[in-house]
Design a protein around this ligand. Structure first.
Ligand code: PEP
Ligand code: MN
Length: 343
């Protein structure tokens, strides 16, 4: 249930509603929002009677939330969530592009990639330091050394950094370096990790699982938000289908459907979505046209030498060309691209 307070409800009246919720054995969640004060109720098995709350002083309305995902739903919060990543606004009118290599491989590689993606207009640098690889014999990432190199690239370019968090043990270490923590597709339903991230004060980029439904993705986001971390962005990165010509099938439907069901920002990852370098630009353009709030794209200074995902990584030049196209599409739908910050 969602309890909406009157515009001039006092702090005491808000507190009284929260107290009542707790005394019933349920959890009260303050819903951040500029427009109104609202309190979400979770933990109840059966629907609550609206009368229990609408008779309380300061309460404007008590409405049932029909979706199983509560706090991330549009029913609970109508306005878009805008995540402030050190001045870069994710989920606002402007489209945010994150780009960089699949993995951080060396100082030269990450600094070159960072400079190139910044030049082309990206504002967030991606790069994995802890890589969840299908084979245990493949490159697993530079671990903390990789995080240090990302931090160096941030210092040199002013780009924010997004990097994958692979397990609960490394949360403090990764959080100490990253601006956004990325939960990979393989970890979308790692519930202990999601719960841990729920108590963190850092934005989370939650990628859709390889065969997860949109409901499962939203329920995974609910795990994080229900623990108190409201700064979650959803990422469509392609799902497993019967098709074998492409690595995955980017579910373009996910973009408008997620935007309608949830107030969280939606990011499209065309690189993992199709898995073929020559087709990444088409899918990136489609993502923006479909209403994504941002893109995350793999770019490598020498894609053919990449230690992971080279076949789907764009060269710096290819990325620069794509950014011009993306800018055109963004303009056509009245959503300008955020351009690189000075520094
Ligand atoms: C990645 O971003 O490099 C990655 C491993 O993505 P995903 O979890 O979507 O496979
Ligand atoms: Mn990758």
């Amino acid at each position: 249930m969602l309890i909406v307070m009157k515009p001039h409800a006092t702090a005491e009246q808000i507190e009284a509603v929260k107290q009542k919720i707790s005394s019933m054995g349920f959890t009260a969640h303050s819903i951040p929002g500029a427009q109104r004060v609202a309190i979400g109720v979770t933990g109840n098995r059966d629907a609550l009677e609206a009368e229990l709350f609408i008779t309380m002083p300061g309460v404007a309305d008590a409405v049932r939330v029909s979706q199983p995902f509560k706090l991330v739903s549009r029913e609970v919060k109508e306005e878009d969530t805008v995540i402030d990543v050190g001045g870069v606004l994710l989920g606002g009118r402007q489209i945010v592009v994150m780009a960089g290599p699949c993995s951080v491989e060396s100082k030269e590689q990450i600094l070159e990639a960072a400079a190139a993606v910044k030049r082309a207009g990206a504002v967030i640098l991606r790069g994995g330091a802890f890589k969840p690889r299908t084979s245990p014999y493949e490159f697993q990432g530079l671990r903390e050394e990789g995080l240090k190199l990302l931090a160096l690239a941030r210092e040199r370019t002013g780009l924010k950094i997004v990097t994958e968090i692979k397990d609960t043990e490394t949360v403090p270490m990764v959080a100490a370096y990253a601006d956004i923590l990325q939960v990979g597709a393989r970890n979308m339903q790692n519930f202990s990790l999601l719960e841990r991230l729920g108590s963190l004060d850092k934005p989370i980029l939650l990628k859709r699982g390889l065969s997860a439904t949109l409901k499962e993705l939203l329920m995974a986001a609910e795990y994080i938000v229900s623990r108190g971390n409201h700064r979650v962005a959803l990422c469509e990165r392609g799902i497993r289908t019967f098709e074998t010509m492409t690595r995955n099938t980017l579910d373009i439907n996910a973009v408008p459907v997620l935007k309608a069901l949830s107030h969280l920002p939606v990011i499209v990852d065309p690189s993992h979505g199709i898995g073929l370098r020559q087709h990444v630009p088409a899918i990136a353009r489609a993502g923006v046209a479909a209403g994504a709030d941002g893109l995350i794209i793999e770019v490598h200074p020498q894609p053919d030498k990449a230690l992971s995902d080279g076949h789907q990584s764009l060269s710096s030049d290819e990325f620069a060309t794509l950014m011009k196209q993306v800018e055109g599409i963004a303009r056509a739908i009245q959503r300008p691209l955020i351009s690189a910050l000075p520094g």
